[in-house]
Design a protein around this ligand. Structure first.
Ligand SMILES: Nc1ncnc2c1ncn2[C@@H]1O[C@H](COP(=O)(O)OP(=O)(O)O)[C@@H](O)[C@H]1O
Ligand SMILES: [Mg+2]
Length: 287
């Protein structure tokens, strides 16, 4: 009996948050590096299904860089690099589409269904949602089918929302030439959050958030103001895979997203902790 009362208490405590978040859009980017464990994936998707059932509107964007590297290596492709960037030629792009839009996307959709939710998997090409322009390397050289989001057409997401589906989006863009382009998943999530005027944009990754010292979780920066981001990048505190996240947070904030977060997706129920508790977790980047 005591235990049951405790459970009821937890529900009552969550009520103000459930009310606050009812009908609000939350874009969640699910990082490639957090896809290592089946349990982490299940926990995350369970949270997303729960969020949907209590009236929130989660939109999932996933990455998959590591799976792509593994797949191209298995096929014996030799990657060419220009100015440190991997060249995405046509055969590589075919693999990218297969892994992102096929394998990973369908895996997430299947698991959401197994957990009792209803999801539709799509890529940024569907409904011409993510329009991409070709990017060049730092020295102006061509690096193939690598794109930058130039425009978001959210109509397809609005139609899925009407029927209460959870959209699961693979970061592929549609070029003016009709080709598929590989776009950075962090950037795609930020652009989608901006276009939807989402309440929150959450990056799930494999570290507690942005840390002053990368390997020291105790140095976590829990709040960063937008104007501090460029200085943190310049100083090298934000580096590598954290750069597109931080930059996309800035872009999303500029487009009217209220709050952006970078949190540890390997922590059980990280999303629920962030949304349904007053203290939250990880790093928030605020206007
Ligand atoms: N200041 C920082 N604090 C924490 N991690 C950082 C920081 N700067 C760079 N990183 C790196 O960013 C990585 C997360 O980005 P990435 O590897 O691309 O993962 P994801 O799959 O989530 O996109 C971390 O594992 C860490 O190595
Ligand atoms: Mg990354």
């Amino acid at each position: 009996m005591k235990e049951s009362i405790q459970k009821a208490k937890i529900l009552v405590e969550a009520f103000p948050y459930i009310k606050q978040w009812f009908g609000r859009t939350v874009v969640v980017k699910y990082g490639g590096s957090t896809r290592s464990g089946e349990n982490e994936l299940r926990n995350t998707l369970q949270d997303i299904v729960l969020m949907k059932f209590v009236g929130m509107k989660p939109v999932v964007v996933h990455g998959g860089g590591k799976d792509i590297t593994r797949a191209t290596e298995k096929l014996g492709f030799r990657s060419q690099f220009i100015d440190g960037l991997r060249v995405t030629d046509l055969p590589t792009m075919k693999v990218v589409e297969k892994i992102l839009g096929g394998k990973i996307n369908k895996q997430l959709v299947d698991l959401i269904h197994a957990l009792g939710g209803r999801a539709v998997g799509l890529s940024g090409k569907d409904g011409a949602m993510l329009q991409a322009s070709r990017v060049k390397s730092r020295s102006g050289k061509d690096i193939g089918f690598v794109g930058k989001v130039s425009k978001v057409n959210a109509a397809v997401l609005q139609s899925l929302d009407r029927e209460k589906f959870i959209p699961v989006i693979a970061p592929l863009g549609l070029g003016k030439d009709g080709h598929a382009y590989n776009v950075n998943a962090d950037e795609a999530a930020g652009a989608i959050a901006g276009a939807l005027k989402a309440e929150k944009l959450v990056y799930l990754t494999d570290v507690p958030g942005i840390c002053q010292k990368q390997k020291d979780p105790k140095s976590l920066l829990s709040t960063i103001k937008a104007k501090e981001v460029s200085m943190l990048i310049k100083k090298g505190i934000i580096s590598g895979g954290m750069i597109p996240k931080a930059q996309s947070c800035l872009l999303a904030l500029k487009q009217g997203v209220h709050k952006t977060h970078i949190i540890d997706g390997t922590l059980p129920h990280a999303l629920l902790l962030e949304i349904f508790t007053p203290q939250g977790i990880g790093t928030e980047i605020i206007p």
